[in-house]
Design a protein around this ligand. Structure first.
Ligand SMILES: [Zn+2]
Ligand SMILES: [Zn+2]
Length: 134
């Protein structure tokens, strides 16, 4: 267990996993998330800026919920966040369909490259053996 400063209130708390937010702020955020979700339902054409202002939640937090796919919008809604790769407006997640597809392809090639670190690990073991020999 580590002790960290909460991203929001800066208080120290026992950090376990996930975002660096203390339990109190996490509760607060969950409440705000519910408010935001309800607000989005009632105001289908509200922009992210409006939602942020009306619910006193940072725009970044709302974008994060969208990226986490917790907040989603109707297909015909003007709402969207930019794809992290090409900037095209998307409704949820981090990337547009096209970027997702091309990333899947590049992920495949990354997997093939991952063979190299295994060799390095073996070299380290050899070094250790040499050390033990001395
Ligand atoms: Zn906090
Ligand atoms: Zn894209």
């Amino acid at each position: 267990m580590e002790v960290r400063n909460c991203r929001y209130c800066k208080r120290l708390f026992n950090y376990l996993q996930g975002p660096m937010i203390c339990p109190a702020c996490q509760d607060e955020m969950e409440k705000k998330f519910t408010n935001v979700k309800n607000y989005v339902w009632d105001h289908r054409d509200a922009t992210i800026e409006e939602i942020a202002e009306q619910n006193e939640v940072p725009v970044k937090q709302i974008q994060q919920w969208i990226r986490e796919e917790r907040l989603t919008f109707a297909e015909n809604s003007p709402m969207g966040i930019p794809c992290e790769n090409c900037g095209k407006l998307i409704k949820s997640g981090r990337y547009c369909e096209e970027c997702k597809n091309s990333m899947m392809k590049s992920l495949d090639s990354v997997k093939k490259k991952e063979v190299k670190p295994v060799v390095k690990k073996k070299e380290k073991e050899k070094d250790r053996m040499r050390f033990l020999d001395k």
